[in-house]
Design a protein around this ligand. Structure first.
Ligand SMILES: [Zn+2]
Length: 277
C-alpha cells in the first residue's frame, strides 16, 4: 500500500506535467485565436525563418532553456513569455488539482474527477483569455462560447452522478446573475465593460455558483478589488490614463479564482463577522 502523501505527490506531479503541456498549447491558442488561424494546423514554425519547430525543440520550458531562447536555425530570439506561460500553467494546474482533490469512491469519485476536469479546463481558458485580453483587448467568442458547453456539460454530469442537481441549478442562476450585472455595467458605463466581459461573466458565474453562493459573491467582488489594485498600480507607474486602457478580463479571472479557491472560507468568515452565521 502506498502512503497517502505518496499518492498526493504523484497526482500533483502529474497535474504539473499536464499543465506544462497544456501551457505549451495555450501559447499557440493565444497567438492564433485572435488572428483567426486554426489551432491545429499548420504545425508551429519560427516566425522569422519559417522552419517548423521540431518535436524535441517543443518540450515545455526545457527546450527554451536548451536553445537559450533562440531559434535553432536562424538564431531569432524566442520570447521568454513562452516558457513562463508553460511554467505558470503547470503551477496553476497543481493548485487546481490540490483544490479539487478527487476523493470518495464509486460514482462520487467519478463525479469528483469530472469536477476536477471542469476546473482544469476553466484554468486553461483563464490563462489564455487573460493573455489575449492584455494583447488585444478582446475576449474571443471562439473561446467563451464553447466554454459554456464544456463547463456546463461537465458540471451537469457531476451533478447527475452525485444526484445533486441543486449545485447545477445554482450554477445556471449564478451565470444569469453575473452576466446580468456585467450587461448592466456595459450599458451604464460606455467605454468601460465590453460585451466580451459580459459573456465571460456568464461562464465565471456558472462555475462559481456551482461551488456555492459564497464563491460567487467573493469571486464577483474579487474582480473589482483586483481591477482597482491594477488600475492604481498602473497609474502610479504612469502606464495608463485614468480613463480606461486597462482590460478588465484579467481582473475578472483572478477575482473568480480567488472565489473558487478561498470563496467559501472567506464568505463564512465574513458572515460570522456580521454575526449572521
Ligand atoms: Zn528561425
Amino acid at each position: 500500500m502506498i502512503a497517502t502523501a505518496g499518492i498526493e505527490t504523484v497526482i500533483a506531479t502529474l497535474g504539473g506535467v499536464f499543465g506544462l503541456l497544456i501551457g505549451s498549447f495555450l501559447n499557440v491558442v493565444v497567438y492564433r485565436v485572435p488572428a483567426g488561424i486554426s489551432i491545429v494546423a499548420p504545425p508551429s514554425a519560427c516566425p522569422k525563418c519559417g522552419q517548423h519547430i521540431r518535436g524535441y525543440d517543443n518540450i515545455p520550458v526545457l527546450s527554451w532553456l536548451v536553445l537559450r531562447g533562440k531559434c535553432r536555425d536562424c538564431n531569432a530570439p524566442i520570447s521568454s513569455r513562452y516558457p513562463l506561460v508553460e511554467l505558470a500553467t503547470g503551477l496553476l494546474f497543481v493548485v487546481v488539482a490540490v483544490r479539487f482533490w478527487p476523493t470518495g469512491s464509486g460514482t462520487s469519485l467519478v463525479a469528483a474527477l469530472v469536477t476536477l476536469v471542469a476546473f482544469l479546463y476553466l484554468m486553461a481558458i483563464s490563462v489564455a483569455l487573460a493573455l489575449i485580453d492584455v494583447d488585444t483587448h478582446r475576449l474571443p467568442n471562439a473561446i467563451t462560447y464553447p466554454s459554456y458547453v464544456v463547463i456546463g456539460v461537465l458540471l451537469a454530469v457531476a451533478s447527475a452522478l452525485t444526484d445533486d442537481w441543486g449545485a447545477f441549478v445554482r450554477g445556471v442562476i449564478g451565470a444569469a446573475i453575473l452576466g446580468a450585472v456585467y450587461l448592466v455595467l456595459a450599458i451604464a458605463v460606455p467605454g468601460g465593460m465590453g460585451l466580451g466581459d459580459v459573456k465571460l461573466a456568464g461562464v465565471l458565474g456558472l462555475a462559481l455558483a456551482y461551488l456555492g453562493w459564497g464563491p460567487l459573491a467573493v469571486g464577483a467582488f474579487g474582480a473589482f478589488l483586483v481591477g482597482g489594485i491594477f488600475a492604481l498600480v498602473l497609474m502610479l507607474l504612469r502606464r495608463a490614463s485614468w480613463r480606461g486602457g486597462i482590460p478588465f478580463g484579467p481582473s475578472m479571472l483572478i477575482g473568480a479564482w480567488i472565489g473558487v479557491l478561498v470563496g467559501s472560507a472567506v464568505w463564512t468568515t465574513y458572515l460570522a463577522t456580521l454575526g449572521l452565521a
